[in-house]
Design a protein around this ligand. Structure first.
Ligand SMILES: O=C(O)CCC(=O)C(=O)O
Ligand SMILES: [Fe+2]
Length: 473
């Protein structure tokens, strides 16, 4: 923005100078031939004119040809190198898709800045909607594609549309026709009559009458079809229901001070909130200070890599989904040691040989699909598993608040937890005899608004020989 402003001022400066030159040319009247002749018949005028045309004009011409403020353009070019890539664009589209589908949001609400009933002063424009249309078609989600296409058609036309069209190309062009073509039969069968003749005329006009016959035919189809069934709505999964806050409320749960797990808690008990008794899921409130959170984030961010979903299958070729940015704090740090001490106080479990803590950040639509933290068969050979054993339990500390979305959901246990900065969630992945507990299936809902930060710690099996007795079931 700053760079473009600088460029615009430089351009304005040049225009001002050229205007001054134009003013300087206005000497005497020579609107017609006679006046011209009279003007040059005066030798002073003739001399000055010849001198100006001979000396000044070429110099002004050279000035006009000089590209406007090379430095400013260079700054913009350097910034462009850091512009989002195709991969970034794709991630953003996937994030938008997840938000729409997981929370069951209507495209028209999203486009008008209404997210789960909360109104934001933001809206999407025609070109945003059309980019989403293309993505929906790629995902073969035709119901949603049509909705987004209609919204694109209905969006108010910008008063400066002509300028945008000149620079960006007309939004409804041949490429959108070829994208929509595969679903035109779907439009006829399932489409809803939502644009009328005058709207169609408006679209054609705003498109500078560059609509091809193909596009006109497609728009006509949209108009004539009147089947009301519009969406191929698939039933929400348990994960979706958890993210939408639809699990039944839990009762008979308590909040209390824990002052027994370790001797230290006698002088500084921890606030514990039961979330579920069986399976055991609890939250400890305010276990990390803002300062320790900042220090840990600072240590982790320079080493951030893409957090990828799931475990790659043998011979898998398609890229794994990027779900977060994360890294491990592996070096000893006073903040990390304090957090680890808290983990021991909370759980009574041992962290021998396992001091590192993961820091994760989830952005636009960032999520983590339902998964188990206990190891699967194809992970058994991993060196850390051989050394430390399975992931008995997980601690997840919320190190930021999240304005909307980003809950932790246990789809099988029907539990949803909203992030709250400083709180730690703790649950077991294995039964006390070491058997995997499928009720530990858990997930992160897509972030709608905000940036979600967490610490994750897996408590490992081998360190627990003296802390967790094996109970026969
Ligand atoms: O951040 C969360 O709520 C859960 C993260 C998680 O499941 C994991 O890192 O394994
Ligand atoms: Fe997990």
């Amino acid at each position: 923005m700053q760079a473009v402003n600088k460029y615009a001022s430089a351009l304005q400066h040049k225009i001002d100078e050229i205007q001054i030159y134009i003013q300087s040319l206005k000497r005497g009247r020579h609107d017609n031939f006679q006046e011209g002749v009279r003007f040059v018949s005066n030798s002073l005028n003739a001399f000055a004119l010849i001198r100006r045309l001979h000396q000044d004009w070429p110099a002004w011409h050279t000035y006009m040809k000089r590209s406007v403020e090379k430095d400013e353009v260079q700054v913009i070019e350097d910034l462009l190198k850091k512009a989002p890539t195709v991969a970034d664009m794709n991630e953003a589209l996937l994030g938008m898709h997840r938000i729409e589908k997981t929370y069951g949001l209507e495209p028209k609400d999203i486009a008008n800045g209404r997210l789960q009933g909360k109104q934001y002063d933001i809206q999407l424009f025609t070109r945003d909607c059309l980019t989403l249309v293309k993505h929906k078609i790629k995902k073969e989600d035709y119901g949603s594609a049509i909705q987004w296409f209609r919204i694109a058609l209905q969006k108010k036309h910008n008063p400066h549309e002509n300028i945008y069209n000149e620079i960006l190309g007309a939004p409804f062009n041949d490429s959108i026709v070829s994208t929509l073509e595969p679903m035109s039969s779907f439009i006829v069968n399932k489409g809803n009559k939502t644009i009328n003749a005058s709207q169609l005329e408006q679209i054609l006009k705003s498109n500078n009458n560059t609509c091809t016959a193909d596009l006109q035919r497609l728009l006509q189809k949209l108009m004539i079809s009147n089947n009301t069934q519009d969406l191929d709505e698939t039933a929400p999964t348990p994960y979706d229901r958890g993210c939408r806050g639809l699990f039944p409320p839990r009762t008979k749960l308590s909040c209390r001070y824990n002052y027994t797990t370790t001797p230290f808690l006698r002088i500084a008990p921890l606030k514990m909130e039961e979330i579920s008794v069986d399976p055991y899921i609890v939250i400890y409130h305010n276990i990390v200070s803002d300062k320790d959170i900042d220090d840990m984030h600072k240590a982790a961010v320079p080493k951030f890599f893409n957090g990828l979903a799931g475990i790659p299958k043998k011979n898998q070729t398609e890229p794994r989904e990027i779900v977060s940015r994360c890294s491990w704090v592996t070096n000893p740090l006073p903040s990390r040691e304090r957090v680890n001490r808290r983990f021991i106080d909370m759980t009574g479990l041992d962290i021998k040989g396992n001091a590192e803590i993961q820091v994760s950040n989830y952005g636009l639509g960032g999520h983590f699909k339902p998964h188990f933290d206990y190891i699967s068969d194809d992970q058994k050979e991993q060196p850390d598993i051989i050394e430390l054993g399975d992931r008995v339990a997980t601690i997840n500390v919320y190190t930021s608040d999240v304005e909307q979305g980003g809950a932790t959901v246990f789809p099988n246990a029907e539990v949803t937890i909203l992030p709250q900065k400083g709180n730690a969630l703790f649950w077991f992945n294995l039964e006390s005899d070491g058997t995997p507990d499928p009720r530990s299936l858990h997930s992160v809902c897509p972030v709608i608004v905000g940036s979600r930060w967490t610490f994750t710690k897996w408590l490992r099996e081998k360190a627990q020989v003296f802390t967790r007795p094996c109970v026969r079931r």
